[in-house]
Design a protein around this ligand. Structure first.
Ligand code: NAD
Length: 264
């Protein structure tokens, strides 16, 4: 353990279960002495999230649907009443209709396009608006993205388009909020078997492909993501904003893996 986050208070959004990337980040922050509140979506998840909160000594659990502005307002009102301020925010939320996370991007419906952009992109801006007001001593905001924003990945489809917009919004938010000492960054995580990922077609094959072709020849874990998140959320990342940090075992730098080429 370390003291990187002692005295810092943060809201972690997007915890579903102990496979969630948000859980890897929460564990790393707790290990560094942070005080946290968790938000989750819907009653069904409360029974999964409550024991996790207890494990880290977190006593504030907030039901928040980022598709509903009143629900976001209520969540931040609860944070304001509890602490009066906020030092860090983690947004580990994304959603799309899983019937469109397979097959062709070109077949994306208008309804699912709009919903995916609302929940997976706009929600980060919506929570940044509320968090800004509470980050009176500066702060650090972090969201999660994926390489499918930069290059075409099988089945990622509308989610890739949404992540591209999310990555652009990180840069615009970094510029707007930088004057107040608030940093805004993203982590582009390699594939990890979570609830959200299970909606993506052929996900097991994508995991295997990443394992075989990434420079580290393995997949990343939620603890790998947690440690890098700690860097961006703590003072170690004090000079870093608008960044997209790839925590993907290096997969994004590979054009073609070295092979024993046949004589041709
Ligand atoms: P997860 O299923 O554990 O987390 C996704 C979370 O989004 C859940 O907690 C879910 O409740 C929440 N959510 C969905 N709709 C919501 C709404 N309307 N309001 C509030 N919360 C809502 O899966 P995860 O993989 O940990 O996903 C976290 C983030 O990481 C997502 O943005 C995802 O796109 C991103 N990511 C995941 C991977 C991966 O391979 N798992 C890779 C790169 C990026």
């Amino acid at each position: 353990s370390n003291t990187l986050m002692v005295g810092k208070r943060g809201l972690i959004m997007g915890l579903a279960n102990d496979k969630s990337i948000a859980w890897g980040i929460a564990k790393a922050c707790a290990d560094a002495g942070a005080e946290m509140a968790f938000s989750y979506m819907g009653d069904a998840f409360r029974k999964r999230v409550a024991p996790l909160a207890e494990q880290l000594g977190v006593d504030t659990l907030i039901d928040c649907d980022v598709g509903d502005p009143a629900s976001i307002d209520a969540a931040f009102a609860e944070i304001e009443a509890k602490w009066g301020k906020l030092d860090f925010l983690v947004h580990a939320i994304g959603f799309s209709d899983k019937t469109e996370l397979r097959g062709r991007y070109v077949d994306t419906s208008r309804e699912n396009f709009a919903m995916t952009m609302d929940i997976s992109v706009y929600s980060f801006t919506a929570v940044a608006q509320r968090a800004e007001k509470l980050m009176t001593d500066g702060g650090s905001m972090l969201t999660l993205t994926y390489y499918g924003a930069e290059q075409v990945m099988p089945h990622y489809n509308v989610m890739g388009v949404a992540k591209a917009a999310l990555e652009a919004s990180v840069k615009y938010l970094a510029e707007d909020l930088g004057k107040d000492g608030i940093r805004v960054n993203a982590i582009s995580a390699g594939p990890i078997k979570t609830l959200a990922a299970s909606g993506i077609g052929d996900f097991r094959y994508i995991l295997k492909w990443n394992e075989l072709n990434s420079p580290l020849r393995r997949n990343v874990t939620i603890d790998d993501v947690g440690k890098s998140a700690l860097y961006l959320l703590s003072d170690l990342g004090s000079g870093v904003t608008g960044e997209n940090l790839h925590v993907d075992a290096g997969y994004h730098v590979v054009g073609m893996k070295a092979v024993d080429a046949p004589d041709i």
